[in-house]
Design a protein around this ligand. Sequence first.
Ligand SMILES: NC(=O)c1ccc[n+]([C@@H]2O[C@H](COP(=O)([O-])OP(=O)(O)OC[C@H]3O[C@@H](n4cnc5c(N)ncnc54)[C@H](O)[C@@H]3O)[C@@H](O)[C@H]2O)c1
Length: 325
Amino acid sequence: MKSVLITGGAGFIGSHVGQALLKQDIRLAIIDNFNDYYSPQFKRENIELLYKDGKQSGSLCLYEGDIRDKEFVEKAFAKFLPDVTIHLAASAGVRPSIVDPELYVKQNIVGTMNILEAMRSVGTKKLIFASSSSVYGNNKKVPFSETDNVDRPISPNAATKKSCELLCHTYHHLFNMNIACLRFFTVYGPRQRPDLAIYKFTQNIIDGKPIHVFGDGSTMRDYTYIDDIVDGVLKAVRWVDNEEKRYDIFNLGESNTITLKQMIEVIQAAVGKRAIIIKEGMQQGDVERTYADISHSKEVLGYNPSTEFSQGIRAFVEWYKSNRM
Ligand SMILES: NC(=O)c1ccc[n+]([C@@H]2O[C@H](COP(=O)([O-])OP(=O)(O)OC[C@H]3O[C@@H](n4cnc5c(N)ncnc54)[C@H](O)[C@@H]3O)[C@@H](O)[C@H]2O)c1
């Protein structure tokens, strides 16, 4: 039986990946500190879902603690001895990283270093690292390709993700670790983080409250539905689980751009109500557009996203109405 450890497994992406893994014949462990970046109760509910959904609580174990605590991380790794680690725990979000860059450096860079060191000390060698489309900054060339130069980040979040990709490469080179860095492009769907625009807009439109729209509505995002991300992560798990020494970076997006204006229209249609819009200036650190070239992920991983944006938004709004109202 394979064993997989997910850091940040109580969160949005981690809990979906965990659910998918529990359907397979694996032992699963989760490290999470249930921080209050958003309601820790939502994260507890995600864990409950994992126990219930998998109906295999025997194969799920939870290590509650902080990845910044080196000793805690090493003990968890020594006890569980994962074949594969999926490292998702981080401070996510671009705008909050401008307010508290030190937190991002500690959570993301020191936290990732602790994971890599724990892997080295127990001799486990397969890692998936959650990077971000934010590393592309205001890349002019579209779609964004993994071979594009990403030495000009425009937020602390992006700078820490890029730093982690570099650390991952170093550990791959020095200690023969197989590592896939996955650059996620704005992930959405049921259980998504409440700090993200799709969630906040849906909530406010339903409640008849105004939504704050930054810029003129022309900024574009490549929104990726959670099921497609889970599919990409599982394919990356298979890719790192190989005897051959491997390191690579993969874009996980839909390769389809939606403007902010279109996004609001699609949410309005799914909710069946018009938004009250308050226009604001562009936010510092926000990029103008994200757009993933996924040809490399398709070719190497067999990644093949298939969720149309309006379909994904309908699924999200349905989930929101049944679970958050
Ligand atoms: N959601 C997106 O659109 C998106 C886009 C790009 C990259 N990512 C990356 O994917 C990963 C998962 O994102 P998500 O949207 O599921 O976020 P999330 O906040 O829902 O999940 C992160 C989880 O990590 C845990 N965590 C954070 N710091 C920790 C620490 N120091 N020790 C232990 N646990 C800790 C949190 O409690 C949370 O449960 C993150 O690394 C994020 O940067 C997400």
